[in-house]
Design a protein around this ligand. Structure first.
Ligand code: GUN
Ligand code: ZN
Length: 429
């Protein structure tokens, strides 16, 4: 049996903060007791320490200078776009044609895919992201490369081959049939292996025919537990295009709905420009939205109506959306999310932001049974955050009053330097 014992301040969510007063659990002096990569027990050190033998007491790791938090959950990111993060000057449709499709075409080469997968997984872990839902490229070999790398780190990762059979250069297109067969093979090869799961991944409505969307729906019917991952209502020109391409659909979401793509394991990136009936349908089907603030501002897509979606009871998680997004770092993503809500007259609380990046993300991915906080039995994916990581942080956090203040300062000023240690299934990675 492997065992670890860590002692220090700890913060996690037990529920959604706005809905329960006991949603956030802060413990100034906690014992985090891990066995075989899972949380065995967690609670106040003074009372729990009585259960420990002298040997165990000698093994306790002193984390008093850090804040122990659950690993971050990134609900939407593109690994082939790592090398084109921060590409200048365009909005979605032109950005795809100018930067994205040419770069993604190079993932036909397995050596290239393997090299970028390594860089990508390293970036996730260095930034404290322990679970991610990831777009690959249209090439099945891009999925093999990414899963192979994630498996080496024993990461919890969901990914899939992009399906796209029209409105893009031929070197990034498949067909309804090949996308169905290739996805099927990948599901059989990877779904449920170690901590890996598969997401059926039509890029977005404009690059799929009805036939291909129907094939995606068939895959979801045939393989229980597989996810659906796509984009939705990100940009106004995109929405106009969808209307023209699918004249029989009631709205953008209805294109996916007609193909049977909505369920509690469906994650739609963005959802900025949704009407009430789309919101109602997302809530009814328990589908989730991945909110990607750095991307929405960087490629000029719009301001996310978080309160409207919350009022509809839609599950929301955070996404970095690299390379439309400008950072792998969840703290920076939360900082931009806060600023964006300020522009909407909504003061997103630090604990709500933290929830979205941890337990909320886990719920959006239908994984809250396994990850998202430190409840006994959950997988021990967690971080040590360093409030003194930079000169400014050390000075500023020295003036913090209480955990809420500290959390907000870390979210606002923090970046990868704050992530002192990332742990996956109880192991430092
Ligand atoms: N819509 C379709 N493809 C993409 C993509 O690669 N990134 C973003 N942000 N939106 C998309
Ligand atoms: Zn995206």
């Amino acid at each position: 049996m492997s065992e670890r014992l860590l002692r220090g301040p700890l913060l996690h969510c037990l529920a959604e903060p706005d809905q329960s007063e006991t949603a956030v659990d802060y413990q100034p002096d906690a014992l985090l007791w891990l066995q075989n990569g899972l949380v065995h027990k967690m609670g106040p050190y003074p009372s729990f320490a009585k259960e420990l033998s002298a040997d165990q007491l000698a093994k306790v790791e002193d984390c008093s200078q850090y804040l122990m938090v659950p690993g971050f959950v990134d609900c939407h990111i593109h690994y082939p776009q790592t090398e084109m993060i921060a590409a200048y000057g365009t909005q979605l449709l032109e950005w795809l044609n100018t930067y994205t499709f040419p770069v993604e075409s190079s993932f036909k080469d397995p050596a290239k895919a393997a090299a970028v997968s390594k860089v990508f997984i390293d970036q996730l872990l260095n930034n404290g992201t322990t679970t991610a839902l990831v777009f690959c490229s249209v090439h099945p070999q891009s999925v093999d490369a990414l899963f192979t790398e994630a498996q080496k780190q024993n990461m919890r990762l969901i990914a899939g081959k992009v399906m796209m059979d029209r409105n893009a250069p031929s070197n990034v297109l498949d067909t309804a049939q090949t996308s169905y067969h290739q996805s099927k093979q990948l599901i059989e090869r990877w779904h449920g292996v170690d901590r890996l799961q598969y997401a059926v991944t039509p890029r977005f409505a404009p690059t799929s025919t009805d036939e291909q969307l129907a094939a995606a729906g068939r895959l979801l019917e045939e393989y229980e537990g597989v996810y659906l991952h796509t984009h939705l209502a990100e940009n106004v020109d995109e929405i106009e295009w969808v209307k023209a391409l699918f004249p029989n659909a009631k709205n953008y979401l209805d294109v996916y709905d007609q193909a049977g793509l909505l369920s509690k394991r469906s994650v739609f990136a963005h959802g900025i420009h949704l009407c009430d009936s789309e919101c109602e349908r997302l809530a009814q089907t328990d589908s989730a939205i991945a909110h990607c603030p750095t991307s929405n501002m960087f490629i000029g897509s719009g301001l996310f109506p978080m309160q409207k979606l919350q009022n509809h009871g839609i599950k929301i998680g955070m996404g970095t959306d690299v390379g439309g997004g400008t950072s792998f770092n969840m703290l920076q993503t939360l900082a931009d999310g806060y600023k964006m809500q300020q522009l909407k007259g909504n003061n997103l609380s630090p604990e709500q932001s933290f929830y979205l990046a941890t337990l909320g993300g886990a719920k959006a991915l239908d994984m809250a049974e396994k990850i998202g906080n430190f409840e006994a039995g959950k997988e021990a994916d967690f971080l040590l955050l360093d409030p003194n990581a930079t000169t400014l942080l050390k000075f500023r956090t020295g003036h913090c009053e209480g955990w809420r203040d500290l959390l907000f300062v870390l979210q606002t000023l923090g970046d990868d330097r704050v992530i002192a240690q990332t742990n996956v299934m109880g192991k430092v990675v």
